[in-house]
Design a protein around this ligand. Structure first.
Ligand code: CTP
Length: 407
């Protein structure tokens, strides 16, 4: 891959030497475009030696080969690391007063930035506004990480590690050549919250990580994704570099989630229900906060009524050819295996695929890892994966593609 690495004037530029080295080692053609300021931190000979290509900062060098646009046109991927507050502001405004600026304007390749600056600068409303604009334009933002900064202070502002930047950058580049290209998918994620009164609810421990990973994996493999998100933990959604391919619809209760999924599902090729949907809601939601003094002594009883099964409803009303996938979170016990329970659930709901995973007090929730067995409509095992939630998501999409191939 033809990768342009923009380097701007921050001390973290020394880490970018390693980033370039890793990209070259992985077989990519890397062209480094530093700003003049960047060269005060790491000199031109280092960049030339490490990238094995000539390096210049100015639009007035190598004019015969229209270098100011040729690099941007040739790029399959542009990474800016470190990206200073100044450079991010220039990118937002579209300024092109140096070779990096012209390259960024001339490219249609995915752009990945790794900001690095002091916490105050990162948190300044000007920078926050710029980041919003850049994200909306599809720029993928990696970091910054929380940690010690050069002034001895600490907070968000450290540039992410080269390995993390490369992982996100390669994923962004894969967007343009994915095996889910052209598919429209709906994914639900997170846990619903069923109100008791204006301040209390019945919820569950779902963090949303698995569902968001399923949505991200789909987007990174080329699909257009609608993510119907119930409650997800802080950071789970904002960490997701959507690359412009994920539209997020928010839902609170099971009924809201059901309505949102139903209205999006009509146009979808695949629907995956990864949300933890409450089976019951409170029969009489109190319009005011329930007060203890109004309650009977010793305890209260809440009447619960059953919610519709969204997944089973989707299967009943789906358009021809649509693939519907569920998750089954099971706790082992009662002399029945997880798979027995999963098979009965798949039969009951009519899913094309069901990802069965074991949950427990210390398993399945709020962590980055998961283990699933995937069964098809006949209850046959068609996949199994233990690993990161992203690995599990990829295994699920592989299984979806296999079902599509058979249909
Ligand atoms: N689900 C749904 N609507 C509900 C309950 C669950 O669409 N009202 C979906 C979930 O999103 C998941 C699948 O059904 O994809 C299985 O959820 P799970 O809670 O394991 O199944 P339940 O039907 O609730 O069965 P049980 O709680 O008895 O195991």
């Amino acid at each position: 891959m033809f990768v342009v690495v923009g380097v701007t004037g921050g001390i973290a530029a020394y880490k970018t030497v390693q980033l370039v080295r890793l990209l070259v080692k992985a077989g990519h053609e890397v062209h480094v475009v530093p700003t003049d300021d960047a060269l005060r931190f790491v000199g031109l000979p280092t960049w030339e030696a490490i990238s094995r290509h000539p390096v210049t900062t100015s639009v007035h060098d190598d004019v015969a080969r229209v270098r100011h646009v040729s690099l941007g046109r040739a790029a399959d991927l542009v990474i800016v690391a470190p990206a200073t507050a100044n450079t991010l502001a220039k990118m937002t405004a579209g300024l092109a007063d140096d070779l990096l600026g012209t390259t960024l304007l001339a490219t249609t390749a995915p752009v990945v930035v790794a900001p690095a600056m002091h916490t105050e600068m990162w948190q300044h409303p000007a920078t926050a506004d710029n980041m919003r604009v850049l994200r909306d334009r599809g720029v993928v933002v990696v970091g910054p990480e929380e940690g010690e900064l050069t002034g001895g202070d600490s907070g968000p502002g450290r540039m992410s590690e080269p390995e993390a930047i490369i992982e996100a950058a390669l994923a962004a580049a894969a967007l343009t050549a994915g095996d889910l290209e052209g598919l429209r998918v709906v994914v639900s994620a997170g846990g619903t919250r069923e109100p008791i009164d204006p301040v209390r609810y019945i919820g569950n421990r779902s963090s949303g990580r698995q569902g968001v990973a399923v949505a991200l994996a789909a987007a990174e493999r080329g699909a257009d994704v609608v993510l119907v998100a119930a409650h997800v933990d802080d950071g789970v959604l904002t960490d997701a570099p959507a690359g412009g391919r994920i539209r997020v619809v928010r839902a609170g209760t099971a009924a809201e989630l059901g309505a949102a999924v139903a209205s999006e599902a009509g146009a979808a090729d695949v629907v995956i229900m990864a949300a933890a949907v409450a089976d019951y809601r409170v029969a009489q939601v109190s319009p005011t906060k329930r007060a203890k003094e109004a309650a009977p002594e010793g305890g209260i009883t809440l009447d619960l009524v059953e919610n519709d099964d969204i997944l089973a409803g989707l299967v009943r009303t789906r358009p021809p050819g649509q693939i519907v996938v569920g998750f089954a979170a099971e706790t082992p016990g009662d002399g029945e295996t997880l798979l027995d329970r999963g098979r009965r659930k798949a039969a009951r709901k009519g899913t094309d695929l069901l990802a069965v995973n074991e949950v427990g007090w210390s398993q399945g929730f709020e962590s980055g890892h998961n283990a699933v067995t995937i069964i098809d409509a006949a209850g046959e095992i068609v996949g199994a994966r233990r690993g990161s939630k992203r690995d599990v998501a990829d295994a699920l999409w592989d299984a979806v593609l296999a079902v599509r191939a058979k249909k």
